[in-house]
Each structure stands twice: as structure tokens, then as C-alpha cells.
Design a protein around this ligand. Structure first.
Ligand code: ADE
Ligand code: ZN
Length: 346
């Protein structure tokens, strides 16, 4: 009964996994963007897929966001949001994703006149049908834009209340600079009262990344941290994250676009230290890598063993917001896959 010592792409692709850090708006592939622009009569300034792809160029979080938000103007109707999410779910299924908790940015749409209800209706239709259509159990996380005001976040939170049963939790994304977690402490406290699970981005190598990680752990009381890799700067905080069993949703390929490196050594170091590290794709259409590509890139760069890759997949379910019995069922699927793979390699 032997597994390959080094994980192959084929092994990684078939491994059952959860994706916990995925922005639906970050799955807008150039061909879909062009098709939606033509359908909705939006002039995006390009007329071929190659021209659109050429605009997907950046070297920092700020320059990425400057491409990302304007691209969303092609998303107008509930059908558009449905198609975006449905295409991602089909692609994720092909990478072995069984469970996904997907971010969406309502303020990026309501601020340009698209009603909250339109956004949720389209995304929810895709999520609700994904189990039967793609074999993926899909859920939504509402993200507030941290470069907008706390009042706007609070209004968005109240707008979500009629759709409470369609949304699993809330997160915080966009530009960290000058927008620390404490700006949203009251909004997140109210979200907790409403029964939402809580997560926040603590992006890579931003000014104050480590202070933000401390705040989300000590003051906000998040259930998970998005990115959070800079925790390596403070061993005492690493111990807190490990002891609480908090998930870190790392995104290696994305890291190499918004900083100068994938942070493979840091992510692998945390994994080997017993921290609940997970691997995710963030904005796969923009960074050119879906979740299996992220596992492969990290495994190659950090020299992960097959057993460590299996731990990453197990962590993805452990750090998810699944109920206990569903989590146990997915973990059994991971074990079953590994056992069958080992048996077939004999
Ligand atoms: N919005 C989409 N992707 C993001 C990221 N990686 N960081 C912050 N905000 C985002
Ligand atoms: Zn993100």
C-alpha cells in the first residue's frame, strides 16, 4: 500500500477538497467578460478575448483592484451573476472541489445601481443547484469592502437580513491600507448577533499586516483568517492560531502576483508547525490558477510530501463552516480516496 512520495497533479486533482477563499467576481474569465459585455451593450474598450486578457495585468494588490472593480460593470442581471458562479462551480468540480464557501462583494454592485437582491438571486441560484449539477456543495459569504465606510457596511449588513438563510457568513476584503479591522468592529459584532460566521482578510505584506492579524484574533473574534501568512512574524500569535484551531486560507498563486513571491516557505512552515493552513485560489481568472494549480505550485515550491498535501485537504474541511456530521463525511471521503489510490498503485 504505497502513495507516491511526491504528489502528482493527478493525485492532487482527484483529492476531495474544500475551497474557502474564492471571490466570485475574481472568476470572471476574459471570454465570459467579453460575452456579457456584448450581451449587455457595455463598451469595455476591447473586442477580443486576447485584448481582454492583456488588461489582466498587475503587480500589487492596489493595481489588481484597479482592474478588478471596473471589470464588474458587465455584471448586470441575475442571469449574469448566475452564469459567473455556475461557470466557476463547473471548473471547481473538475479540480476535485466538493464544498465551497464563496465570497461576493455586494457593494461593488449596489454602488453602481445593481440591487442587492439581483446579486444574491443570481449567485444563490447557482449555489443551490450546484450539488445536483456539479456535485459541489456551495455556500455564500458576503464581503464588505474595507475601503468604503463602516456606515455603508452596516447598511449592506441590514440589506442582507431578508436573505439571511442564503448567506453563511461575512468577510472583509479590498484595500487594507488605512482600513484596519477595528474600523468594522461594530458591524462584525452585529453580524455575529445575526448568526453569521466571521472572517476577515489580513492580506500579505501590507503595512500593519501583523497588527491586523492580532486585532482580528483578539478584538473581532473571527472564525477564520483570510491569508494571514504574516502571522509567522510573531511566534506567540502562531501559537494562538494553532491552539484555537483557526483556519488560515492561503492563496499561493495570488501571493506571487500581489507580492514578489508565493510565500511557499512561510505556508509550508506553518503547516509543519501544526497550524490549520488551507490552500485556495482567491481570484483564479485574474491570477491564472484554480485550486489544483495552487496545490501543485505550493507542493513543487515547498517540496511538500504527499502526506502533507493530504493534510492540506483535510484542513480544508476542518476549517470549513460545515456541520460536524457533514465534515466527518467529507473527511471519510479524503481517507477513502487516499486508501483507494494507494491500493491501485500497488
Ligand atoms: N478582493 C478580491 N481579491 C482580493 C484580495 N486578494 N485581497 C483583497 N481584496 C480582494
Ligand atoms: Zn481574497
Amino acid at each position: 500500500m504505497a502513495l507516491p512520495a511526491t504528489p502528482t497533479r493527478e493525485f492532487i486533482t482527484g483529492l476531495p477538497k474544500a475551497e474557502l477563499h474564492l471571490h466570485l467576481e475574481g472568476t470572471l474569465e476574459p471570454d465570459l467578460k467579453l460575452r456579457l459585455a456584448q450581451r449587455n451593450g457595455v463598451d469595455i474598450g476591447q473586442s477580443t478575448v486576447e485584448e481582454v486578457r492583456a488588461t489582466y495585468a498587475f503587480d500589487s494588490l492596489t493595481s489588481f483592484l484597479a482592474v478588478y472593480y471596473p471589470a464588474m460593470e458587465v455584471l448586470q442581471t441575475a442571469d449574469d451573476f448566475f452564469e459567473l458562479a455556475d461557470a466557476y462551480l463547473a471548473r471547481a468540480a473538475a479540480d476535485g472541489v466538493k464544498h465551497v464557501e464563496m465570497f461576493f462583494d455586494p457593494q461593488a454592485h449596489t454602488s453602481r445601481g445593481v440591487p442587492f437582491e439581483t446579486v444574491v438571486t443570481g449567485y444563490h441560484r447557482a449555489a443551490a443547484g450546484a450539488s445536483e449539477k456539479h456535485g459541489v456543495d456551495a455556500h455564500l459569504i458576503l464581503c464588505f469592502l474595507r475601503d468604503m465606510s463602516a456606515e455603508s457596511a452596516a447598511e449592506t449588513l441590514e440589506a442582507s437580513v431578508p436573505f439571511r438563510d442564503r448567506i453563511l457568513g461575512v468577510g472583509l476584503d479590498s484595500d487594507d491600507r488605512g482600513n484596519p479591522p477595528e474600523k468594522f468592529a461594530d458591524v462584525f459584532a452585529r453580524a455575529r448577533e445575526l448568526g453569521y460566521r466571521l472572517t476577515m482578510h489580513c492580506d500579505i505584506d501590507q503595512p500593519g499586516s501583523i497588527d491586523n492579524i492580532r486585532t482580528v484574533l483578539d478584538e473581532i473574534g473571527v472564525d477564520r483568517v483570510d491569508h494571514g501568512t504574516n502571522v509567522v512574524e510573531d511566534p506567540a500569535l502562531v501559537a494562538v492560531v494553532r491552539e484555537r484551531g483557526l483556519g488560515l486560507t492561503c492563496c499561493p498563486v495570488s501571493n506571487s502576483f500581489v507580492t514578489d513571491d508565493m510565500k511557499a516557505a512561510e505556508i509550508a512552515g506553518l503547516l509543519r508547525d501544526g497550524v490549520r493552513v488551507t490552500v485556495n485560489s482567491d481570484d483564479p481568472a485574474y491570477f491564472g490558477g484554480y485550486v489544483a494549480d495552487n496545490y501543485v505550485a505550493l507542493a513543487e515550491s515547498a517540496g511538500l510530501t504527499t502526506a502533507e498535501v493530504v493534510t492540506l485537504a483535510r484542513n480544508s474541511f476542518e476549517a470549513s463552516w460545515l456541520g460536524d456530521s457533514q465534515r466527518a463525511a467529507y473527511l471519510a471521503q479524503v481517507d477513502g480516496y487516499v486508501a483507494a489510490y494507494a491500493a491501485s498503485s500497488d
